[in-house]
Ligand binder design. Structure first.
Ligand SMILES: [Zn+2]
Length: 343
């Protein structure tokens, strides 16, 4: 019996020294100390049959071994758990953590796209101050003080009264304020695309108090309405798609003569007429031939030079392209990723 206990002890010591995971350790515990069929458990149970003179010695040996085993198993458990925590082992086959990938905001995307389309036909991107003199925002554009046309622009004023020869300061109500500034640079001919923030006292589903406009200005010798029409049609096809068309309708603006409203053919019904359009057309914005008084305000001789201008909202134009998916302009400013991630 003594020999058997010694044998179990050696066998156990050898096996536990090779174990490096908790599952195998639990199996080992069951094999030696399991209540039903553990090897040492059976020895302890068999003590009844041992002759009385050997009982004490063998009982002591067996119980001592049991205690040793329990202690060794506990120690091994701690070692294995500790290794698991401090281990710098890396499973390279596991999929990595995927960080969300962002993209430029829709308005930024639209500005880049519009800029690129006009750059292809020789226009140069310009930016002019967002806090502007009345002179550039209104007066040089053929709208003298108290002219009723100014009422159409619900303007934010910085100064309550004129503070210098160029009047009072305003937040740019439209990108047209860049027209005379560009002319004053005296670099003719002009092919400018001015994209900037504009501010007006308005807010509803299609108007925000701050929005972006883009404004094209071309001044050269012998420029006609045909050039304007061609440019607008080019833009409609590039931005909205090759099957779209642009048309102009007579309108009135102070700073252009003649003036037009620009429409683009409806992409939903293909120009047949539907709920989203007016008889197949969607309104884009204003355009016209630069008024002689505006050329004069910019120091350009209207007898030698002529030109055209057009301008409308970036957000509005983008919403027309996106169609039904952007029903409210304010969604473009809410930074809601559930909405923005769709584009
Ligand atoms: Zn339609």
């Amino acid at each position: 019996m003594k020999q058997k206990i010694q044998q179990i002890k050696e066998q156990f010591n050898e096996e536990i020294s090779k174990i490096s995971d908790l599952v195998k350790l639990a199996e080992l515990e069951i094999r030696y100390l399991g209540r039903k069929a553990g090897e040492l458990t059976q020895i302890l149970r068999g003590l009844k049959t041992v002759p009385a003179d050997q009982k004490k010695e063998i009982g002591q040996l067996a119980n001592q071994l049991k205690q040793e085993m329990v202690e060794k198993i506990e120690t091994a458990k701690k070692v294995i758990k500790g290794q698991a925590i401090s281990s710098d082992w890396l499973d390279v086959t596991l999929p990595g953590v995927q960080w969300p990938q962002g993209h430029l905001h829709l308005v930024t995307q639209a500005i880049s796209e519009i800029t690129e389309i006009f750059e292809h036909v020789g226009f140069v991107r310009r930016r002019y101050p967002e806090v502007e003199w009345d002179f550039y925002a209104f007066e040089s554009l053929n709208m003298p003080p108290d002219h009723p046309a100014r009422d159409e622009w619900e303007t934010f004023f910085i100064d309550p009264k004129p503070v210098g020869p160029k009047g009072q300061r305003v937040l740019t109500p439209h990108t047209s304020s860049g027209q005379v500034r560009e002319m004053e640079r005296k670099h003719l001919p002009i092919r400018m695309i001015n994209i900037s923030k504009c501010y007006r006292r308005q807010i509803d589903v299609s108007h925000a108090p701050m929005f972006h406009q883009f404004e094209g200005l071309l001044i050269d010798k012998d420029v006609t309405i045909a050039h304007l029409k061609g440019t607008l049609d080019y833009f409609a096809k590039q931005f909205f798609g090759p099957d779209r068309k642009a048309r102009i309708r007579p309108f009135h603006f102070q700073f252009t003569e003649p003036s037009f409203e620009v429409d683009v053919s409806c992409g939903l019904c293909g120009g047949k007429g539907c709920k989203m359009c007016k008889a197949g057309w969607l309104e884009l914005g204003g355009a016209g031939m630069v008024h002689p008084n505006v050329l004069k305000a910019g120091g350009i001789d209207p007898k030698k030079y002529s030109g055209f201008a057009f301008g409308w909202g970036v957000e509005r134009t983008y919403m027309m392209k996106a169609g039904l998916s952007i029903p409210d302009i304010r969604m473009l400013y809410q930074s809601d990723l559930r909405f923005l991630n769709q584009f």
